[in-house]
Design a protein around this ligand. Structure first.
Ligand code: ATP
Ligand code: MG
Length: 720
């Protein structure tokens, strides 16, 4: 027993939490105060000092990456591996339970997980097949409706239509969607949680077994649990379980996905007398970064209220850069990253955070040009790419012929003469006979007067059967390799022209390596291939980290939760983008955006840069915005503004506009004092010009809009 090792490097409050007696405990504390650290040490304490078996602990974290890190940290504290410790995300743990108890959960043994994209496709098809107006019931909205019900633990039969015909229709769609999933053995993300909850709720013996087993429930990022997750924890805890939850109300950023920060209060009601520990010392950031974060979050009204302090030095000021446009912003960030590496720092210690995934493209271009390796979290993750999903659909269909989503995806991919009409025929047969598309295909293929369609369908079915036979008994890697090759996918993408085809083939090859390095759970009861498929659906993208070391990290602020980096950039800090336009008018929405900003700022340990652009092209249209109000909420003394360098002021040539439509305009010089007209800002006078080519920009004093710097190639100025 090594009590000292577990308790050293903890402050008094942290130690109180780690060594707390076996009773419900809630740790509420700000960013970087050591919540996750407390959780890790608590687990080690229970195992090493309280002599509990690792089996009696259940630990829930927010991402698979965090789960892996937590396991590694516990092991390094204990100096022994802890295989039997259940640690994972809510979804991962729910999945594990459902695999073990598929019968009790009323699922087929080979059930498959579908992601949000698959789910949306199914809903879209459903809406079409039922002849419902998809203008009035957009698939995305229906999907949102269904998931929101599931997140609250509600099945269609629990829902009342409130005499609202639209709601009635959505409920009917929910029911029809459930039927499709049941028939195909498909489980979406929200369903994992709901099923796992029902599994325990409806199986007394099973629940009793798990309640006996898991006495200690350790939960990180508790502020972002949704109703069904909380209900699941509550059910497992029962009257005797000992929940130990850590969280920060100021970092609740998933309300839009059903998270309820109110669970912090609910916890204290459900577990009366729960010990509440507060941590206020921050160990992560410089005093300047912390002061900025504290000042911003102080603008929120709905808070439990706490103030973080640090013993650390003031550190560097926060640098704010006002860019002309998104490219200038990217150039600036790239230049700083270059300096960072040149000073001998590790690239993975730097992160660029943004509000919306779409912002990454311009940043990526800048990094590619500068040959700086980077990695994007989120966005289009590896397992979400089209060609990867195609290959996985083959594997899924081989594993479960009734998987309609996979069937539809690949029945004519690569093209094999099965057209939309044939597929429609299969669909209506399947509908009429309440069977899967595979079964429908069987019926149609054996129809002697089926003609060409029947023979193509027949060929497809034999291909799948043959692949199933040939891959039996092969290693996981060889199974994947064989299916990719024999399905014709490699050939198909090889024919695709240009870079894209090459990348797709590379990605498919990468899938084989992913299968090779995949380590199935030694105690797992699933076939390795099924485990691999589940992994692909659940852990999309997260597993790539190892091969991508020494890369600058790009991600949304949402995915940065819980992480920390010595150097952080917050890009695109403009009103409209962040806070997002959608939320700016709604006080609760604005507060959630501000919490997100707090999360962003508090990721930084030493250096923080904030950038915003005057003009931004995003989703194909231009916008002009003011710096984010969150920047104004940071005290001036924390900030150092970096002004763009003004090199030259001289006449320059305006770039050609719409060259295809007009003859080139030679010598249309923009001069100081020139009168110009702008589509949005109206008329003005040129005060200043600088830069050349794509970077040429002018400062214009507009009569009503005031003075602005504009990039010539975007501004479309009319000379007057
Ligand atoms: P977040 O709210 O962002 O999830 P957190 O509260 O979980 O943050 P941790 O990630 O656990 O905070 O800790 C932040 C940093 O401070 C980590 O680098 C951690 O190792 C360090 N740290 C925490 N407590 C101490 C301590 N007592 N002594 C030294 N370092 C500490
Ligand atoms: Mg944490």
């Amino acid at each position: 027993m090594d009590v000292t090792r577990i308790l050293e490097n903890l402050n008094d409050a942290q130690r109180e939490a780690v060594t707390a007696p076996a009773e419900p405990t809630l740790v509420i504390a700000g960013a970087g105060s050591g919540k996750t650290r407390v959780l890790v040490h608590r687990a080690a304490w229970l195992i090493d000092v309280e002599k509990l078996s690792a089996q009696s602990l259940l630990a829930v974290t927010f991402t698979n990456k965090a789960a892996a890190e937590m396991r590694a940290r516990i092991e390094s504290l204990l100096k022994v591996p802890v295989q039997h410790l259940w640690i994972g995300t809510f979804h991962g743990l729910a999945h594990r339970l459902l695999r073990r108890h598929w019968r009790e959960a009323d699922l087929p043994q080979s059930f498959q997980i579908i992601d949000a994209d698959d789910q949306q496709r199914i809903i879209k098809r459903l809406i079409r097949s039922l002849d419902i107006d998809d203008g009035r019931f957009p698939p995305r909205e229906v999907q949102y409706f269904i998931n929101a019900q599931k997140d609250e633990g509600l099945r269609p039969q629990h829902l009342d239509d409130d005499n609202d015909p639209d709601r009635r229709q959505k409920i009917a769609l929910y029911e029809a969607y459930e039927e499709v999933c049941r028939r195909g053995g498909l489980v979406d993300f929200a369903e994992l949680l709901l099923r796992a909850h029902e599994l325990w709720r409806d199986n007394e013996d099973l629940l009793a077994h798990y309640r006996r087993r898991f006495r200690h429930l350790l939960v990180d990022e508790f502020q972002d649990t949704n109703a069904i997750q909380y209900a699941w924890l509550r059910l497992l805890a029962g009257p005797e379980g000992i929940p130990f939850a850590v969280g920060d109300d100021d970092q609740s950023i998933y309300r839009w996905r059903g998270a309820r920060v109110e669970h912090i209060q609910q916890f204290q009601k459900d577990f009366p007398g729960a010990r509440v520990v507060k941590l206020e010392q921050n160990y992560r950031s410089t005093a300047t970064i912390l002061n900025a974060a504290n000042a911003v979050i102080a603008h929120n009204n709905e808070r439990m209220g706490k103030n973080l302090w640090t013993e650390g030095a003031a550190g560097e000021p926060i640098r704010v850069y006002a860019a002309y446009n998104e490219r200038d912003e990217a150039d600036f960030i790239v230049a700083r990253l270059r300096d960072w590496s040149a000073q001998g720092n590790a690239r993975q210690d730097a992160a660029v955070l943004y509000r919306s995934n779409a912002q990454s493209r311009v940043l990526e271009e800048g990094l590619i040009n500068a040959q700086i390796p980077y990695r994007v979290y989120g966005g289009l993750r590896f397992f979400e790419r089209q060609e990867i999903k195609d290959a996985l659909a083959y594997l899924r269909l081989i594993s479960n012929r009734d998987d309609d989503a996979s069937f539809e995806r690949i029945v004519n991919r690569p093209t094999r003469g099965i057209g939309a009409r044939t597929v429609e025929m299969l669909r209506s047969y399947a509908r009429a006979n309440a069977c899967s598309l595979w079964r429908a295909a069987g019926a149609i293929a054996s129809d002697p007067i089926g003609g060409r369609a029947a023979s193509s369908v027949n060929a497809f079915m034999s291909l799948i059967e043959r692949l199933a036979r040939e891959t039996q008994g092969l290693s996981l890697e060889n199974q994947v390799d064989h299916v990719i090759g024999m399905s014709g996918l490699i050939e198909f993408f090889r024919k695709e022209k240009g870079e894209k085809g090459v990348t797709r083939v590379e990605n498919l090859e990468e899938l084989v390596s992913a299968a090779k390095s995949f380590e199935p759970d030694p105690a797992g009861e699933m076939a390795p291939i099924d485990e691999f498929l589940a992994h692909a659906a659940l852990e999309a993208g997260e597993g790539q980290a190892d091969a991508w070391d020494d890369c600058v990290q790009l991600m949304t602020m949402h995915s940065a939760k819980g992480l920390e980096f010595p150097l952080v950039f917050l890009a695109g800090m403009e009103d409209g983008l962040f806070p997002h336009q959608r939320s700016a008018a709604d006080p609760a929405g604005l507060e959630e955006e501000r919490r997100l900003c707090y999360v962003g700022i508090t990721r930084a340990m030493q250096s923080l840069y904030i950038t915003h652009a005057e003009q931004r092209r995003l989703h194909g249209s231009d916008s002009y915005s003011l710096p984010s109000r969150f920047i104004r909420e940071i005290p001036d003394e924390c900030i150092e503004e970096i002004r763009p360098k003004v090199h030259v002021s001289r006449p320059l040539r305006a770039p050609e506009r719409r060259p295809a439509a007009r003859a080139p305009e030679p010598e249309t010089g923009i001069r100081l004092g020139q009168h110009v007209r702008h589509g949005k800002f109206g008329e003005g006078v040129v005060l200043n010009c600088e830069g050349q080519g794509a970077h040429a920009r002018v400062e214009v004093n507009f009569e009503t809009a005031g003075t602005k710097w504009l990039v010539l190639s975007y501004a479309n100025l009319d000379l007057m």
